[in-house]
Ligand binder design. Structure first.
Ligand code: GLU
Length: 448
C-alpha cells in the first residue's frame, strides 16, 4: 500500500481502537483510493488524508427529559460536522440505544462520500443519541426532541448544517425537532431540517426515496449486465421505512420480495410481500412493537426466530435494509454456496470488510451502500432546494430527478473506474468518485 495512505490508516487504527465501526469504514474507503493517492503525491504535503479522517468538529451534549410518570432521565446527544468542503453539513440523526461516538463518526465519514456522489452541494455530517425510542409514548418522544434541540439549535442552520432522520428518527421526530427549533430561534427556516411533513415544507417522495433510489441504482447495475428486475427474487432485512420503499418499487418493477426481518427474526413469504402486505409494514412500524413476527401471524407465512435471511434463504438478490455489520463472514460463505449473485447494500455498511472481500473474490457483485442508499439524502437535498425557492415540486418531478441522480451516480462510478483502468468494481468506483470531488474542493480551499 502507498506509504502515506498506510501511515494515516495506522494512525487511525491506533487512535480509534475503541471505535471499531469508524476504523472499519476508513479501512474500506482507503482500500479503494490508492490509485488516486499515487497519482497525486501533492496530497501528502497538505496532509489531505489526515485531515479527512478528523471531523471538522464534533460535540457531545446532555439531554434531560421527563417521562410520563414524572421520572427524569439523562441521555447523551452528538453532532459530528465531519466535512463541509462541498456544502453545508448534511446527514441524519440516529436515536438508538447502542449509539456512541464510534457509530456517529462512522456514519458521518460515510456520509461525506455518499453526499459527494449525489452531485449535490452537501457536506457530510451525522448526529444522534443513545435515547431508546422503543416503547416511549408520543409525549415522551416530544419532550425528548425538544430537549435535544435545546442544544442542537445553536449549531445548525440552512447554510450551516441540515440534520434529517435516520434509525429511530422519522416524520414524527422531525416535526417535534422543527417545532422546537422554530420556538427557540423565532425563525421559520424550513431548510434547517429535511424529512419534514408535507404541511410544513417536506418533499413528496422523501419517505420513499431511500428504498426507491436503492432499487433504481440496482436497475442500472442489472442493465449494465443486460438484465432487469423483472422476475428476480429478493431477500430484504428490516421492515422500516427503507425496506418499505424498496419493497414497493421492487414489486412495481416485477420483482418478488421473499423476506423481511426484525430484531426478533425473519419472515419468509413464498408468495411475495406485495400489495396490502407492504402497507402492513407501516402499521407494524407505527405499533412500536418492533416485531416482524406480527407479519407472519397476520398473513400466515413462515417465521424463523433469532435469525436473518442471509445464507438461509435462496434469492437472486440480497438487499440488507436494517443495520451495520449484519452480513458477516459465515453469512457470506453461506450466500456463495446458495448461489446468490448480487448484494445491493442499502443500510450503511451492512457487510463486514472480511465478508465483503470474500464475496467479491467469489463472484458476488456488491453494490456499496454509499451509492445505493444515496437517494435518501439526495431527495433531502431536493427538499432543501424547494425550501429555498419557496415552492413544492410534484411527485413526478421529484421521482424523475431521483432517477436521474441514481443514474448519475452509476455513471460517475463507471467514469472513475475507466479513469483508473479498473473493471466493474462498484465498491472501488464509488469510493474513488466520491473521494475525488471532496479532495479537489479541500485542496482548492487551502488550509482548513
Ligand atoms: N440518514 C439518511 C442517510 O444516511 C438520510 C440523511 C439525510 O437525508 O440527510 O443518508
Amino acid at each position: 500500500m502507498n506509504a502515506y495512505l498506510a501511515s494515516v490508516l495506522e494512525n487511525v487504527r491506533t487512535k480509534h481502537g475503541n471505535e471499531p465501526e469508524f476504523v472499519q469504514t476508513v479501512e474500506e474507503v482507503f482500500s479503494s483510493i490508492e490509485p488516486v493517492i499515487e497519482k497525486h503525491p501533492e496530497y501528502e504535503k497538505v496532509d489531505l488524508l489526515g485531515r479527512m479522517v478528523e471531523p471538522e468538529r464534533m460535540f457531545t451534549f446532555r439531554v434531560v427529559w421527563c417521562d410520563d410518570n414524572g421520572q427524569w432521565h439523562t441521555n447523551r446527544g452528538w453532532r459530528c460536522q465531519f466535512n463541509g468542503a462541498i456544502g453545508p453539513y448534511k446527514g441524519g440523526l440516529r436515536f438508538q440505544k447502542n449509539v456512541y461516538e464510534g457509530i456517529i463518526k462512522f456514519l458521518g465519514f460515510e456520509q461525506i462520500f455518499k453526499n459527494s456522489l449525489t452531485g449535490l452541494p452537501i457536506g457530510g455530517g451525522k448526529g444522534g443519541s443513545d435515547f431508546d425510542p422503543a416503547g416511549k409514548s408520543d409525549d415522551e418522544v416530544m419532550r425528548f426532541c425538544y430537549s435535544f434541540m435545546n442544544e442542537l439549535y445553536r449549531h445548525i442552520g440552512s447554510s450551516i448544517d441540515v440534520p434529517a432522520g435516520d434509525m429511530g428518527v422519522g416524520g414524527r421526530e422531525i416535526g417535534y425537532l422543527f417545532g422546537a427549533y422554530k420556538k427557540l430561534t423565532g425563525v421559520y427556516e424550513n431548510g434547517v431540517l429535511t424529512g419534514k411533513g408535507l404541511s410544513y415544507g417536506g418533499s413528496l417522495i422523501r419517505p420513499e426515496a431511500t428504498g426507491f433510489g436503492a432499487t433504481y441504482f440496482l436497475r442500472e447495475v442489472l442493465a449494465h449486465g443486460g438484465e432487469s428486475i423483472e422476475g428476480k427474487t429478493f431477500c430484504l432485512s428490516g421492515f422500516g421505512n427503507v425496506a418499505w420503499g424498496a419493497a414497493l418499487k421492487i414489486t412495481e418493477l416485477g420483482g418478488k420480495v421473499l423476506t423481511l426481518s426484525g430484531p426478533d427474526g425473519y419472515i419468509y413469504d413464498r408468495d411475495g410481500v406485495s400489495g396490502e402486505k407492504i402497507d402492513y409494514m407501516l402499521e407494524m412500524r407505527a405499533s412500536g412493537r418492533n416485531k416482524v413476527k406480527d407479519y407472519a401471524d397476520k398473513f400466515g407465512c413462515d417465521f424463523v426466530p433469532d435469525k436473518k435471511p442471509w445464507g438461509n434463504v435462496k434469492a437472486d438478490i440480497y438487499m440488507p435494509c436494517a443495520m451495520q455489520n449484519e452480513i458477516r463472514i459465515e453469512d457470506a460463505k453461506a450466500m456463495v454456496s446458495l448461489g446468490v449473485k448480487y448484494l445491493n447494500e442499502v443500510s450503511n455498511m451492512p457487510t463486514t470488510n472480511e465478508a465483503l472481500e470474500y464475496l467479491q473474490q467469489n463472484g458476488v457483485l456488491v453494490a456499496p451502500s454509499k451509492a445505493v442508499n444515496a437517494g435518501g439524502v439526495a431527495v433531502s437535498g431536493l427538499e432543501m432546494s424547494q425550501n429555498s425557492e419557496r415552492l413544492a415540486w410534484s411527485k413526478e418531478e421529484v421521482d424523475s430527478k431521483l432517477q436521474g441522480i441514481m443514474r448519475g451516480i452509476h455513471n460517475q462510478i463507471i467514469e472513475a473506474l475507466d479513469t483508473y483502468g479498473m473493471g466493474y468494481n462498484l465498491v472501488a468506483g464509488a469510493n474513488l468518485a466520491g473521494f475525488k470531488k471532496v479532495a479537489d474542493a479541500m485542496i482548492a480551499q487551502g488550509i482548513n
